[in-house]
Design a protein around this ligand. Sequence first.
Ligand SMILES: [Zn+2]
Length: 505
Amino acid sequence: MDAVSSRHEIDVRGVVGPMDSATPVAVSLEIPADVAGSPAVQHTAWALLNMLVRLDRVVSAVSVACPSDVHLRVRLSPLAGDAGGLRDRLRHGAAALNVVPVDFGHHRGDVRLVVGSGGAVSDGVRVYGEGWCGGFARDRAVAAAPSSTLPFGPYIAAAMAVGEVFKLVHIDPAKYPPTAAAFYTLWSHQSDTTFIQGGHAAIPSIVLDETLAGVGAVGCICANLLWATDGVSGRVLLVDGDEEGVDITNLNRYMLFGRAHLGMPKASTARDLLNGAGSIAWDAHDGPIESTGRPHRRILCAVDTNPSRLAVQSLWPESLLMGSTKELRAEVVRCDPRMGGPCARCYNPPDTTTPDDELRRRFREATPDEQRHLAEEVGADLEDAVAWADTGECGTTGERVRGALLGPRGRTETFSAPFVSCAAGTMLAAEVVKEHLSAPVPLSPSVARALLQFWRPDLSSGAKPYLRDPRCPTCIPECEAGVIWRERTAARPLRSDAPREDAGQ
Ligand SMILES: [Zn+2]
């Protein structure tokens, strides 16, 4: 049976343990009175709560300690309503989900998250994001950075802290022990064990003209952050062709949507939510990106299937940024051919099929109840299905469960969790803002990719060189489309660190 928890219950590499044997934790979210008026603390508190309440079967309850008289200093989210102070908004937003129970008292949870800069927290985790950097620290103080209303650092801090909560419940601590402290900056794409300074604390004024392809997990979070960023105006076209709209399994990570949006189309629903406030004019197209009938100067690619990535690439926009997730890794890629960089199709072959061995393993590892449900769903005999999973025996009704294992859209459903999607959506939003700012250290034609992984967030995250997939048939440099794409991309003002002439050959 599909549920809010379906996608974060899926195993990853054999180390995300079975949900049935895990004990969910109660989390206390503390917003100290001396920092509750800080814009960054307000963003962080909302992002933490927004993810924690979606982690059904991981988090058993959330207790929020928030002063009652704190004025809101930022745009949090359309989900949080438009009335009252910080605590009212948090309460309103949590009620829109109605998944994990939330109280606004002072109950000490199994895990204690304290928001904002300050001294060491005993038996707890300090969660702090400001400007472009965010992260968490156990048992050590975190000094305040210059105050900023930007949501980027706060959302990264929240994602990393929620990732630690998930690891605590579901990942073997002998293999991936809790991390003492980790911070990530979206400004220069670096990770460290202490807060990393750098980047504008405020955005002067930028005017967007973007197409956001895919209003799923990564896309709706990207849109929510652009909406919440002071200094950003212009137009964004939201495009999503998913005919089924928002479904129950989406709610564990679609941070812009709540229960009221189940069954509704993603793009136009997001448009209607976001047009109520902020300075961006949002347009929507509920259909495939090929059918918008408009040119796309830059595409922010947040689609989650490889055929959709190929469809985006096939429009050959002059600028293309792509956010995505895989297992416990979030990443952003600048698709740019000028120095041999990748296209959106690179490493993402659209015809990938899941091998039968993998599907049979999944069936064998399902609980008896799940096996029975899968067999019933496709009219297979349960004994035949078990035999198919054990031996690969064909020619019986058993192999019909292959279809059920591939999910309702004919593809294999993979692990997805809110903190990973939140990080990828935040990375994508921050990167497009940096493009407009001509930031000195955005992703570049020579450093095309940045990733943040949650296994050990203090290690091996950051910006990386990333060349095109030599097996990719779409962006072969000599092909006509490849030549035209390079010319279009080069027509844009180049980064200071980019070559003046094509160096991709
Ligand atoms: Zn390619």
